[in-house]
Ligand binder design. Structure first.
Ligand SMILES: *Cc1c(COP(=O)(O)O)cnc(C)c1O
Length: 665
């Protein structure tokens, strides 16, 4: 006897709760997809898709037997001409997915990466299009299901049109849930799937294609057999399919589309909007905190921080016991947030019972005293303890939650250092034509020796050196140090180019995914306390910042908003990141970065992109600058500690005159 499943209230973003009519449609009987019965269904489903989402006559469709990702992939595989490029706009998991697909297919790729809470910068998009005419396709996600953020489809479509680009939109979780006029938004290819707001069953996805566009696609040599839009489209135009389709899922999609048209797409959107409002006001009352600013929120996903003291699994399990399925955060949001989706055939009662259940778990009604209610700090977490907080009295402090769980460095996590010592030291010629910068002596001791001492003092023993210019002079000293350190050597053959080549070579130091890394320029004279401050900082990824400095244009400046470094550049803030908002705090960066292991893969990817784009002559800070829009990097101030970067002869004098006496005090 097979297991039967009771009705679960699915609050995950697809597959969703379906109507009984949709589920029953599965059992319409066995048919052959080469017969007219199937042709009729195929034709009807394609007609209804257009009727629901593009009522005019300007679009056509291709349906894939696959989940939504395959239709995304088919679009990436089918739409970019040989030698042309794609611009991916990435502010979430699905933007990232487009980007990975483009890499897998070996397309030339440009990518604008933003924080997951941030809308793409339209000026930056335009600038990128202007600078890189080889871009042919712009890929955007309409509704980032990873967070619930709605991207500005209309504005980006407008830009795409203005620059004559093909606009590819993943609206898998948008179609049926958000207002979207494909024609007005100038969308050429729009990806959808059966099992989200359309309320069908999983197994079918589709692309809505602007009619003129299909002719262009036909002229591009196929890169995939199955995931090729023109192949699917040509046979579907003849009311047949090239490969075996998921026939019962077609039955269900036909009924789901009938229901959608009965309700009306506008009616569906309105129903979802109301559902989201019910959920959100309930969550607000419980004092739960939203991940996104409300103006960015979609009609169907609410992303909430996990209440303090709760891990996702225990919250999930307790809700599931009561028949509700919530959804975890993906990637960097894992363990930090949970998601509640309101797609699907949910009733008001479903939502109200869910809220009731959730509030019983996260709010303890008896905790009426302010004293108890707000004593979050000492609250001991256990999966069964109630959450010591009362809704209206105690809203969780943002600072308490934004601190990572690993705020106190776990002594078990490894910290490795990467020391960049390959460069020519051009500004110190002719001195540096005799010896590399790190062998310059200050107060009778080389910078290199001082680095090794400081690392030792901070108990860092795993050190990677990137060497290039006059490496044979450095090697003997490092061989001696092997008694005390585990040293890895990386040679940067391109050391005469920009410093980005050194950091790119260092990417080969594969981390176990948990270990953090210190990235250090090899030309700073500093007190070991400065390195300690960086290491001990509760910020997972962190720079060091000196507020008092003279800006000659040579200093690497950090631009800070709140707790976060938002840009790093020698330029002013406007040029560095095109911001027009109030100028953030500026300081000089020390040239050391502590990077959390979880951020390292992103850096690697950015470095790869720079190298692929042939940008070998830039400083690695440009890559870090791009990283900042993606990863949260904090800073520690070092105004009270002595340090100096040795760039010019004058710096050596200043080091000996001003810094050394304090260091040796
Ligand atoms: C669900 C979803 C997808 C596809 O995921 P599958 O697991 O392949 O169905 C793609 N993009 C977005 C925005 C989605 O929400």
């Amino acid at each position: 006897m097979q297991e039967q499943f009771e009705r679960m209230v699915l609050l995950n973003p697809g597959p969703v709760v379906t109507s009984e009519r949709v589920r029953k449609a599965l059992l319409r009987g066995d048919i052959c997809h080469r017969e007219e019965e199937f042709s009729r269904i195929l034709k009807r489903v394609r007609q209804m898709l257009l009727e629901a989402f593009v009522p005019g006559h300007g679009y056509t469709s291709a349906i894939f037997t696959s989940s939504g990702t395959a239709a995304m992939e088919a679009s990436i595989a089918s739409s970019i001409e040989v030698g042309r490029a794609v611009l991916v706009i990435n502010n979430g998991v699905y933007g990232e997915r487009f980007s990975r697909m483009a890499s897998i297919y070996g397309h030339r790729k440009f990518e604008l990466i933003y924080d997951w809470r941030e809308l793409p910068d339209l000026n930056e998009i335009e600038k990128t299009l202007k600078e890189h005419q080889e871009i042919q396709v712009i890929a955007l996600v309409h509704h980032e299901t990873s967070t619930g953020l709605i991207n500005p489809v209309r504005e980006i479509g407008e830009i795409a049109k203005r620059y004559g680009k093909v606009f590819l939109l993943d609206s898998i979780s948008g179609l049926g849930g958000e207002e979207l006029n494909l024609e007005e938004c100038k969308v050429d290819l729009c990806v959808g799937s059966a099992n989200k707001c359309i309320q069908g069953l999983p197994g079918l996805s589709f692309v809505l294609i602007k009619k003129g566009e299909i002719e262009r696609l036909k002229n591009i040599p196929p890169r995939s057999m199955y995931l090729h839009i023109p192949t699917l489209w040509e046979s579907q135009e003849k009311n047949t399919v090239p490969f075996t389709p998921a026939i019962p899922i077609f039955y269900a999609l036909e009924v789901a589309l009938e229901e959608l048209l009965e309700e009306g797409v506008e009616g569906r959107i309105a129903r979802y909007k109301t559902a989201a409002e019910i959920l959100r006001s309930g969550c607000r009352e419980m004092g739960l905190r939203f991940y996104l600013p409300e103006e960015l929120l979609s009609n169907t996903i609410t992303t909430l921080y996990l209440p303090k003291g709760f891990d996702y699994q225990s919250l999930h399990d307790r809700l599931k016991e009561k028949g509700f399925v919530i959804y975890a955060g993906q990637e960097r949001l894992k363990g930090e947030i949970f998601r509640v989706a309101n797609m699907g055939a949910l009733t008001r009662r479903d939502l109200e019972s869910f809220l009731d259940c959730l509030s019983k778990i996260v709010v303890r009604p008896s905790a009426t005293s302010k004293h108890i209610a707000c004593d979050l700090g000492s609250h001991v977490a256990s999966p069964h303890s109630d959450f010591g907080m009362r809704a209206s009295e105690c809203v969780i402090q943002p600072s308490a939650l934004s601190l990572p769980q690993s705020a106190i460095r776990n002594p078990q996590t490894t910290l490795r250092a990467i020391i960049l010592a390959a460069g020519l030291g051009k500004r110190l010629m002719p001195l540096t034509s005799q010896k590399p910068k790190c062998l310059i002596e200050i107060g009778g001791k080389t910078l290199l020796d001082r680095y090794l001492e400081s690392l030792k003092e901070c108990s860092i023993t795993d050190v990677t050196f990137v060497l290039g210019h006059l490496k044979e002079m450095i090697l003997p000293r490092l061989k001696e140090a092997e008694a005390q350190f585990k040293i890895h050597y990386i040679v940067n053959k391109n050391y005469t180019r920009g410093s980005i080549t050194s950091l790119w070579e260092a990417r080969k130091i594969t981390l176990d995914g948990h270990g953090d890394v210190l990235i250090m320029d090899a030309d700073v004279l500093f007190h070991p306390a400065l390195l300690k401050r960086l290491i001990d900082s509760p910020k997972k990824s962190c720079f060091l910042l000196e507020e008092h400095f003279t800006d000659t244009g040579e200093e690497m400046k950090l631009f800070v908003k709140g707790e976060r470094v938002v840009a790093i550049s020698k330029k002013n803030f406007f040029d560095a990141c095109g911001a027009t908002a109030k100028t953030p705090l500026v300081g000089e960066g020390v040239g050391f970065l502590k990077l959390a292991g979880e951020h390292y893969p992103q850096l690697k990817k950015i470095l790869d992109d720079f190298i692929k784009e042939g940008r070998l002559d830039v400083e690695y800070e440009e890559a870090l600058n791009r990283l900042l829009s993606y990863c949260e990097v904090g800073y520690e101030r070092v105004d009270d500690l002595p340090w100096i970067e040795i760039d010019f002869e004058e710096d050596i004098k200043r080091a000996e005159r001003d810094i050394l006496p304090i260091l040796e005090r």
